[in-house]
Design a protein around this ligand. Structure first.
Ligand SMILES: [Ca+2]
Length: 281
């Protein structure tokens, strides 16, 4: 293998390894059953482990009312229609509880979360707020209104609130007002696992010895371009293309020693994101 070709192979392999959403394990499916309260205000201890939710109802997700199918993906029907009180004076907040089982916490690097909420939500893991969408930064109460304009998002959060074994996930979903016509709550959580990504997650076409525009098929990365300037042993430029729902991605580089890349001690770079003029999606 010529030096140039070898360099190119290394560069492209390493680039294919930046994908940090790589190997995941589902912790909470988007269509699982939740316990829920749809009767208005609840006790302040509703999101604690020792709260007695035996009188709460049980329903399959997505939960809500006013929409037969998801507004962002019409192939997803509502799982459970919940109550809302009076039509012109609906309950502002509805409450949801779910227990999940976590095994081998040490193998988990971080969490990939999907949330579709109408109109806003605060999510707690084991009684502590993990994140919120569509709610301002103030302390939330039953009467706090929200508006998550994007409606759905997939994003990464830290695993620090998780523990080995049983974990309690709680969500309070807020309407944007008492006459709002619809409510939607759909949450999924995947564990992003530590360790390497198998090299077969990226198929690299090296038959054509292109110096740039090398196309790979990897999960969620549609294309990587490599730019060579000056001494190729020390300097390379690259851009990677992800879909618009990847809000940001960072680059990790490791030396390839076998077919498994070891990411325990990578060189890390922060990337910048822009929408290219030639590929707007
Ligand atoms: Ca609404």
């Amino acid at each position: 293998m010529s030096r140039l070709k070898k360099n190119l192979f290394m560069a492209v392999f390493l680039l294919s390894s930046i994908f940090t959403f790589g190997e995941t394990k589902e912790l909470l499916g988007r269509n699982e059953e939740w316990k829920y309260s749809d009767i208005g205000i609840v006790s302040e201890s509703w999101r604690q482990n020792n709260f007695n939710d035996s009188t709460w109802k049980i329903g399959k997700s997505p939960l809500g009312y006013g929409d037969e199918v998801s507004e962002t993906d019409p192939s997803i029907p509502i799982g459970t229609a919940i109550s809302f009180g009076k039509d012109d004076d609906k309950y502002i907040t509805s409450y949801f509880r779910k227990e999940i089982e976590v095994k081998n916490l040490n193998d988990i690097k971080e969490l990939e979360v999907f949330l579709h909420v109408d109109d806003g939500a605060v999510i707690y893991i084991n009684g502590v707020e993990a994140f919120r969408k569509g709610m301002n930064d103030e302390i939330v109460s039953y009467n706090s209104v929200g508006k998550f304009k994007a409606k759905e998002e997939t994003f990464i959060i830290s695993k620090t609130l998780l523990k080995e074994g049983k974990n309690l996930i709680c969500s309070e979903v807020h309407q944007d007002g008492p006459t709002s016509s619809d409510l939607w709550f759909e949450l999924g959580i995947k564990a992003v696992l530590n360790g390497g990504i198998k090299s077969d997650t990226a198929k690299i076409d090296l038959k054509e010895e292109k110096k740039s525009d090398t196309i790979i098929t990897a999960k969620k990365i549609s294309k990587i371009t490599v730019t060579f300037t000056g001494d190729t042993k020390t300097t390379k430029g690259f851009a990677w293309y992800t879909s618009l729902d990847s809000k940001k991605s960072d680059l990790q580089i490791v030396e390839k020693k076998s077919n498994i890349a070891d990411f325990s001690n990578p060189i890390k770079f922060k990337g910048t994101t822009t929408i290219p003029t030639n590929s707007k999606k």
